[in-house]
Design a protein around this ligand. Structure first.
Ligand code: NAD
Length: 401
């Protein structure tokens, strides 16, 4: 994830810091047992990882997926360490997961499973050492169950708004992506985002809200896709209608229109646009298609959409890539506000949440841009330079190194 060798061309990274940043502080496997009836016990694997907590409590979602592994949980926790440090929020990197298919088990079994997971990590939840949130497969209602077990509103974020969750949390990641798109468009392409053409892969939480915010800024979204395929219109898509259609749970392949063209996912990625926003899954820009990317700039909204080889090719071709740890951090910034409110009793409106996210994004973008100019490097390296420098300083301040 971090190429220390490259960063060391610009900053000094002590050996001890590298050891602490490459070794998770805690990586636990849980056997979560639930009794379904006499002589009938089900055992699910669970994983809890705290990567580096020098900045504060381990923060990161709990993933519900049948194929989640300890290795994947470690990688995701590591990403959180760098993201929180980059954004200047007092959290360390954490993640957890339970290996089950959330669509395949009845509600009562899901609730029993979550309660048992909470029981097994209760000491850390009550101490505030780990603060979970929704991730793939888990929902605000699951966070409400966690809250119900701990009785501490600050023990979990992503709760439903009437239980202390945050207005604006659902939109937060897309909000941050759209803010970064505006800033990067101006700084890198020298034009206003309202004059830009944009293609977005993914129309879930992140993709759809990104499209919605950018459309409201006046940008021309010419293509958007989901797993079923995509829609294309050179003059710009009717984003509000599409947003309404997908928010009712529909796939884009069923979108009724004879005026729009269809585009498949591989072709969407190579459309000639100002900005390409991969907002679906990881590893979609690879050594196979990076030479065919025609966008003037890539803004990574999904986690890890560009493989290292793909990244290298884009870098050689001088296609700027704004990295995921910056672009999609609006969600964790909002989680920080929810956690802070839970501790203080404060309440925040969606507009205040958006303003806070925008402020953090602007400040961090400018810091990264400063580093890219100073060291003549790209945005990904600039972001990791800032994040790692902060982590090293914090480790010094806490006498860890
Ligand atoms: P989601 O499940 O709501 O939406 C995913 C979208 O991608 C859907 O439209 C789906 O149809 C589409 N998709 C899935 N597989 C695809 C494929 N192979 N090709 C094209 N499209 C495909 O997920 P989300 O919450 O929007 O998250 C998207 C990405 O952003 C993930 O990488 C996630 O880790 C990352 N992310 C999300 C948040 C958040 O707050 N939701 C925060 C940070 C990062």
């Amino acid at each position: 994830m971090v190429n220390f060798g490259r960063l060391e061309k610009f900053i000094e990274i002590p050996e001890a810091a590298k050891v602490l940043l490459t070794t998770p502080e805690k990586a636990t496997t849980l056997s979560i047992n639930i009794k379904l009836g006499p002589n009938k016990v089900l055992i699910y694997n669970g994983y809890v990882v705290y990567h580096n907590v020098v900045m504060g409590p381990a923060k990161g979602g709990v993933r519900f997926a049948s194929n989640v592994t300890l290795e994947e949980t470690k990688t995701l926790a590591e990403l959180m360490t760098y993201k929180c440090s980059l954004m200047g929020i007092p959290f360390g990197g954490g993640k957890s997961g339970i290996a089950f298919d959330p669509k395949s088990i009845p509600d009562f079994e899901r609730m029993a499973l979550i309660k048992e997971y909470v029981r097994m990590i209760m000491a850390d939840l009550l101490a505030g050492a780990y603060v979970p949130a929704p991730d793939l497969g888990s929902t605000p209602l699951d966070m409400a169950i966690i809250y119900g077990e701990t009785h501490r509103p600050e023990s979990v974020t992503g709760k439903p708004p009437r239980l202390g969750g945050l207005p604006g949390r659902r939109e937060a990641t897309g909000r941050g992506v759209s803010t970064i798109a505006g800033l990067a468009c101006q700084a890198v392409l020298g034009k206003e985002v309202k004059d830009a053409t944009i293609a977005i892969q993914g129309c879930g939480n992140v993709g759809s809200y990104t499209a919605d915010f950018l459309y409201r800024k006046g940008a021309r979204i010419i293509a958007i896709s989901d797993i079923s395929g995509g829609l294309y219109a050179k003059e710009g898509l009717p984003v509000p209608e599409i947003f309404d259609f997908v928010s009712r749970g529909n796939l884009l392949s069923g979108y009724p229109s004879d005026k729009l063209q269809r585009v498949d996912n591989p072709s969407l990625l190579t459309l000639p646009v100002d900005i390409l926003i991969p907002a679906a899954v990881e590893d979609v820009i690879t050594e196979k298609n990076a030479r065919n990317i025609s966008a003037r700039m890539v803004i990574e909204a999904a986690n890890g959409p560009t493989t290292p080889k793909g990244d290298e090719i884009l870098s050689q071709r001088k296609v700027p890539v704004i990295p995921d740890i910056l672009t999609n951090s609006g969600g964790v910034v909002a989680s920080y506000i929810e956690w802070r409110n839970a501790k203080s009793g404060n309440q925040t409106s969606a507009e205040e949440v958006y303003d806070f996210i925008d402020g953090k994004m602007e400040k961090t973008f400018q810091q990264i841009q400063g580093l890219t100019k100073e060291h003549k490097t790209n945005f990904r390296e600039g972001a990791y330079l800032l994040s790692v420098s902060e982590l090293v300083s914090a480790m010094r301040e806490r006498s860890w190194i």
